[in-house]
Write a protein that binds this ligand. Structure first.
Ligand code: HEC
Length: 231
């Protein structure tokens, strides 16, 4: 009787240990057939631009970088997934941990602007819904919206400000992380529009091969035509 009881306890202990250890080693992953994505978030339009302008800069995590961060590429879906995204589980995703500051080194590093809380939350929601590779998603962009707060500011924040932020190192002499500086840049509208339209003779912006959609370019054009108001 005594033996049976202690045998049971040992067995129970082993089972609990196994369950505990397997939990430790294998974080929850959303099954592939349940990765439906969040209809309000498009990888190509909403998530990739944040990675490109904040992480994939040259010298950091781009394909041309050679420094410390060069093993981590953040300019395309496959490479972003390969290192550090657990579909359905932001808390276990290395990339989410470093941007949210819950584990590992804080990224972007202190010398660079940190991501906005809204961007961290967006990436978290995208991972939670399965981290799907949405391309050509039905665009949430609407050309009838062209206010600074409703269109221009969020565009600049996602696509441009990670490189063009206030500070000594303002690249190309252009700063795009606040209203006054966006107005300054847009006052030379040929340069600003030339760069986002990828007109010959202007550097193509955002760097790293992506291009704003026609709708997004139209929003910026309309905002400029309307007097670049702080609306
Ligand atoms: C990955 C970093 C990066 C991102 C993202 C980026 N830029 Fe740039 N931008 C640069 C660099 C570097 C230069 C200066 C070098 C050059 O002229 O190519 C520059 C130059 C510019 C210039 C100056 C052009 C000129 O003729 O001197 C404009 C305007 C500009 N960027 C606008 C934008 C806009 C608008 C966005 C977002 C839609 C953007 N950039 C996103 C890195 C970036």
């Amino acid at each position: 009787m005594r033996y049976r009881k202690s045998g049971f306890i040992i067995l129970l202990f082993i089972t609990v240990t196994i369950v505990f250890l397997s939990c430790q080693h294998a974080p929850y992953v959303l099954p592939a057939d349940q990765r439906n994505g969040d209809p309000s978030i498009c990888f190509e339009g909403d998530i990739l631009p944040i990675f490109i302008s904040n992480c994939a800069k040259s010298g950091c995590h781009s394909s041309t970088s050679t420094g410390e961060g060069s093993g981590w590429l953040f300019d395309n879906y496959d490479d972003i997934m390969k290192r550090g995204i657990v579909p359905g589980n932001p808390a276990a995703s290395k990339i989410y941990q470093v941007i949210a500051g819950t584990a590992g080194p804080q990224m972007p590093p202190k010398s660079e602007p940190s991501l906005a809380q809204s961007q961290i939350e967006l990436i978290g929601k995208w991972i939670a819904a399965g981290a799907v590779n949405g391309t050509n998603c039905p665009s949430l962009c609407d050309t009838s919206v062209y206010t600074y707060s409703g269109a221009v500011k969020p565009l600049m924040q996602s696509y441009c400000a990670g490189c063009h932020y206030s500070g000594a190192s303002a690249v190309g002499g252009v700063t795009l992380d606040n209203y006054a500086d966006v107005v300054t840049a847009a006052s030379d509208s040929a340069m600003l529009l030339g760069s986002i339209r990828h007109t010959l003779g202007y550097p193509q912006m955002p760097q790293a091969g992506i291009k704003l959609s026609d709708c997004q370019v139209t929003q910026i054009e309309k905002w400029i035509k309307n007097g670049m108001q702080n609306d």
